[in-house]
Ligand binder design. Structure first.
Ligand SMILES: Nc1ncnc2c1ncn2[C@@H]1O[C@H](COP(=O)(O)OP(=O)(O)OP(=O)(O)O)[C@@H](O)[C@H]1O
Ligand SMILES: [Mg+2]
Length: 250
């Protein structure tokens, strides 16, 4: 059984059809990349997968571990092992970073029938992960994402992912706004989380991110459809020739 199976997925927002039949299967241990022009539906796909409000599935199915998630709310999908790193992370004023992270981690542990972590243990855990990602202690004490720079928000998301240990991680354009060093730290964070049990879907515009996070497969999304799939060389092809010529919708 595959980790994620997207079958003929059609979806709309505000009465506008955006996804027109997406088929995509991600196995455990695999990293897939999605590239595609602006407005092709990449972020929409990630929102539909994560169960965000307002996105309506009008056809097809999404199976996680063989089970349809369509009837599950976003938080249920999260507890079931799905993690979405947003293209534009939200700020949560008044929500302390540590409490936020610990609540999320404990919800996931409860779902898995495991013991929750106590505060002391958790602080140690977070400090260890944060250090590897170049996140300073001071950032952990601040409200979630408030006043964080673009690159800091992205690092913080990788930290969340490292703590939550999702079975399926979806990253939307983690390279946007990252300087060269941050790009490296984030890619290393992602690579450390690659494992035989976990699948990842990385949405990006830039081939250079895929030099650091080498994908097993690359898909080109255009006009709400996957118009071409291939191995990592497809990303190089796009870098060289653009999206022209990759199917009618591109
Ligand atoms: N709330 C909405 N109402 C109407 N149309 C929307 C809404 N959100 C997105 N769209 C439209 O859906 C299409 C796909 O948008 P989406 O954000 O998924 O593209 P994308 O591939 O992520 O683009 P980018 O590369 O710029 O991030 C666009 O034409 C967009 O205008
Ligand atoms: Mg987008």
């Amino acid at each position: 059984m595959s980790l994620l199976e997207i079958k003929n997925l059609h979806a709309r927002i505000n009465d506008t059809d955006i996804l027109h039949g997406i088929d995509l299967t991600i196995g455990r241990g695999e990293v897939h990349a999605i590239m595609g022009p602006n407005g092709s539906g990449k972020s929409t796909l990630s929102y539909v997968l994560s169960g965000r409000d307002g996105y309506e599935v009008t056809g097809g199915d999404i199976l996680l571990d063989g089970k349809s998630v369509l009837e599950m709310e976003a938080d249920e999908r999260g507890r079931a092992g799905m993690f979405l790193a947003f293209q534009y992370p939200v700020e949560l004023p008044g929500v302390g970073g540590m409490a936020f992270l610990r609540a999320a981690v404990n919800a996931r542990l409860r779902e898995a029938g495991k013991d929750e972590v106590d505060q002391l243990e958790f602080v140690k855990m977070v400090r260890a992960e944060a250090k590897g990602l170049g996140i300073k202690d001071d950032m952990l004490k601040r409200p979630v994402n408030v006043g964080f720079s673009g690159g800091e928000k992205k690092r913080y998301e990788i930290l969340q992912m490292a703590l939550l240990k999702p079975s399926l991680a979806i990253l939307d354009e983690t390279d946007s706004g990252l300087d060269v060093d941050a790009l490296k730290i984030v890619s290393e964070g992602v690579n450390l989380l690659r494992s035989a049990e976990r699948g990842m879907l990385v949405i990006t515009h830039y081939q250079r991110l895929l030099n650091h996070i080498v994908p097993d497969q690359v898909h080109i999304l255009a006009g709400g459809r996957i118009v071409k799939s291939g191995d990592k060389t497809l990303a190089l092809e796009v870098e060289e020739n653009g999206y022209a010529g990759l199917g009618d919708a591109a």
